[in-house]
Structures are given as C-alpha cells and as structure tokens.
Design a protein around this ligand. Structure first.
Ligand code: 5GP
Length: 141
C-alpha cells in the first residue's frame, strides 16, 4: 500500500468505517457512502492503482470476477431489476477517488435514470474516414 493511503485503502484496513460486503486476497467491495440507489456498491482492488491500465492483469481479472459474482447478489439484496456497472477512469471522466473502483448501481423499472450512453457530452458527427483512423490508432497503439 502507498505511504498516503486512499480513502478506500483506509476502509479496507478498518481505519475508517465502511460496510464491507466482499473481501478476497486482492479485491474488496463495500457500499457507497452516497449511493445513487439502494445497494450501490464499489468493487476495488485492495491496492490503490489510480487507473485501470495500471492494475496488473491478475488483479484486473480478480476485480472483474468479483463484479460478476457480486452483481446478482446485490440485485437480489435490494430486489433490483437490473444494474448499471461502470468506472470513472480519470478525472475528466468524473473520477474523484484516485483508486480504481467499479460502481455497481442497482436499477429499477421506472427509476428515472438513463443508460450508460447518457454519461458523455454531445455525440460527435464522425465521418467514415475519421472512424477508420480512430480504429487504426486503437489497433496499433
Ligand atoms: P468516483 O467519482 O471517484 O467514481 O466515485 C467515488 C465514489 O466514492 C462516490 O460514489 C462516493 O460516494 C464514494 N465515496 C467517497 N467517499 C467515500 C467514503 O468515505 N466511503 C464510501 N463508502 N464511499 C465513499
């Protein structure tokens, strides 16, 4: 763990209170303190990596496995109809805590929320050429 522990590391070590609902060697999950819905859960690597790409592959694998295992349990606990699952990966995307965390947000029929397509700004009007260039850049980076 780093010298300056993140708030999530402090929850995991018990230095600040948190409602931990899952723990393995590499991953923990706890209820979000300011939930968007009942059951809103954060699934985190125990070690503080700021961005997704900084996590070792085995930790990323464990993290996603925990999300997959926990999601039906969370849905069942709060009788949700569905879940929205997402990561704010970097400040410009709204990340406030510099410690990777997967939001699992229970969703209910008629809850007034939107799909994940609603999170970005205005949709760009990209030409076929621009789409080809972007695809090539992603493929070759
Ligand atoms: P971000 O914007 O970084 O993706 O989300 C950070 C999340 O952490 C927010 O949903 C916020 O409510 C949650 N959070 C911030 N501080 C605490 C805390 O002390 N305890 C818990 N359980 N959640 C927190």
């Amino acid at each position: 763990m780093s010298d300056d522990p993140t708030i999530f590391e402090q929850i995991i070590t018990g230095d600040i209170p948190g409602r931990i609902v899952y723990e393995s060697d590499t991953v923990a999950a706890f209820l979000d303190a300011n939930p968007l819905a009942p059951g809103h859960t954060l699934v985190v690597p125990k070690e503080a990596y700021e961005r997704l790409d900084e996590m070792p592959a085995h930790v990323a694998t464990d993290l996603w496995a925990a999300v997959q295992e926990l999601t039906p349990r969370i849905e069942s606990a709060v009788d949700a109809d569905a879940t929205t699952i997402g990561v704010n990966n970097g400040e410009a995307a709204g990340q406030e805590v510099p410690h990777v965390h997967v939001h699992v947000v229970p969703r209910f029929e008629g809850d007034g929320g939107g799909p994940i397509h609603a999170v970005a700004g205005g949709r760009p009007d990209l030409s076929e050429g621009e789409l080809d260039e972007i695809a090539a850049a992603i493929e070759t980076v």
